[in-house]
Design a protein around this ligand. Structure first.
Ligand code: URP
Ligand code: ZN
Ligand code: ZN
Length: 459
């Protein structure tokens, strides 16, 4: 199968030019001006932007969490991702405490294989670091799982202590991986949750008030200190606020590099959403939404190169699931649906409002994640020999986000009524048109596991 994409404005992390892209099989064969070749399928991209397919390195599909499961599975989740221009996701495997990494890997592979529509990879969340876990780190890296997620929060569930953290960092560093972190202080949060509950303060607002900025700033500082001491490559997931980014900024003063991801919600939504009764449960996530001043910090952090990635932390629950916490905010499953909206929202709010350049947009939605997590240059760019994962984007099309039109498996939208300028028109994944004009053209099983390379700790 050969495809020619004609006349699109190609945007990569570094370039912006108009040319044609010739695709043969799964990869890009050539890029050039006015190419005259016979192909099976011609796509006219005149007036369109042509981006590398999006990479969302932070999603939770069918994840067992807080007594339930996130409600997008590999089929619905990766399909919704494709509708939104994201061609590859990295999901989190959760080790069960007392069990092996291998058994968790097998469980997650079983869920994904034959069901994913878009490409996927895994981070391994280490929730129980002991001698046998230590012995499995090398094996996991050989399987292509080169990033190890840790939780400094969710005390009594997923959280590990600093002793485990430092042991894990030592081992991961030696074997060529990276440690990533949910950096908030689990003990402080646990104290505040119990305090609010005992005072009868049970609405979603108290989820927010139980995780003040200091809980994230403190843990981010501790994590950067530990990665600095061990020399292990480190990545902070879903960073939300000024205090936490300042911890990273401070680390740069001792010549340290820590990678930072924020998520689309922290750039465009704020904590005022918790001031409505139980409806605020739609945005109960950890860390919570923050203040306007934090949004300013995050946009600046992207432009300063301190924040390299914008993900979603897609962890969707239906309203019925959110109602588990109707009388107690601490029982509301944490997370919100966003996998489909990241590329369009960031374009509309970031590029269109002149907060970031188009090259920066590509960096943070695709290229940097590919580089940081060992998938570049196969993924994350438009170049000869790269996978033909391509997003053809209409920069002028306007639409309104709604539960009535989204493809995620939730019965509400966290972005209902948002007016967006810029829309996904056509998406190619490994040389096949998978989305065209709001139709998905491939079935479950099309998505493949992406085996990742060892990480370097620089990009
Ligand atoms: O609220 C969130 N973020 N839910 C998913 C789990 C996590 O902490 O990433
Ligand atoms: Zn988290
Ligand atoms: Zn998450």
């Amino acid at each position: 199968m050969t495809i020619l994409i004609k006349n699109g404005q190609i945007i990569t992390a570094s370039d912006n030019y108009t040319a044609d892209i010739l695709i043969e099989g799964e990869t890009i064969k050539a890029i050039g001006k006015n190419m005259a070749v016979q192909v099976d399928h011609l796509i006219d991209a005149t007036g369109m932007l042509v981006f590398p397919g999006g990479i969302d390195p932070h999603v939770h599909l069918s994840m067992p969490f807080m007594g339930t499961f996130s409600c997008d599975d590999y089929t619905t989740g990766t399909r919704a991702a494709l509708f939104g221009g994201t061609t590859t996701v990295i999901d989190f495997i959760l080790q069960k405490q007392g069990n092996s990494l291998r058994s968790a890997f097998e469980e997650w592979s079983g869920r994904a294989t034959g069901n994913a529509i878009g490409d996927y990879s895994f981070h391994m969340a280490v929730t129980d670091f002991n001698d046998s876990t230590k012995a499995e780190i090398k094996e996991m890296i050989e399987e292509g799982i080169t990033s190890f997620k840790t939780f400094m929060a969710y005390k009594g569930a997923l959280m590990i202590d600093d002793r485990q953290m430092i042991g894990l960092m030592d081992e991961v560093k030696q074997k060529g991986g990276m440690v990533t972190v949910h950096a908030t202080n689990g003990d402080m949060i646990d104290y505040l949750v119990q305090k609010h509950r005992s005072e009868g303060k049970l609405s979603p607002l108290y989820h927010y008030l139980s995780q003040p900025e200091v809980t994230e700033a403190e843990a981010s500082e501790r994590f950067t200190d530990m990665t600095n001491y061990t020399g292990c490559p480190g990545y902070i997931v879903h960073l939300t606020c000024e205090g936490a980014l300042n911890a990273v900024r401070n680390a740069t003063r001792r010549n340290q590099k820590v990678f930072v991801e924020t998520c689309i919600q922290y750039l465009v939504l704020d904590a005022s959403l918790y001031e409505q009764d139980f409806d605020g449960a739609k945005w109960v996530m950890s860390p919570p939404l923050r203040e306007k001043k934090d949004q300013v910090t995050l946009w600046a952090g992207i432009n300063q190169g301190l924040v390299q990635v914008v993900g979603t932390d897609h962890c969707p629950f239906k309203w019925e699931q959110k109602l588990m916490g109707k009388d107690d905010f601490s029982k509301i499953p944490n997370g919100h649906p966003a996998i489909e909206h990241r590329m369009e929202l960031l374009f509309s709010e970031g590029v269109n409002k002149a907060k970031i350049s188009m090259n920066k947009y590509v960096e943070v939605t695709s290229t940097n994640a590919a580089k940081i997590f060992g998938m570049f240059p196969r993924k994350g760019t438009i170049a000869v020999d790269a996978d033909a994962d391509i997003l053809i984007f209409d920069p002028d099309a306007k639409h309104t986000i709604s539960v009535n039109t989204h493809h995620m498996n939730t019965d509400y939208s966290a972005y209902e009524g948002w007016e967006v300028t810029g829309k996904v028109k056509t998406v190619l994944l490994r040389g096949n048109v998978v989305i065209d004009d709001d139709k998905c053209l491939v079935d479950k099983g099309y998505g493949q596991f992406v085996k990742r390379n060892k990480v370097k700790g620089f990009i």
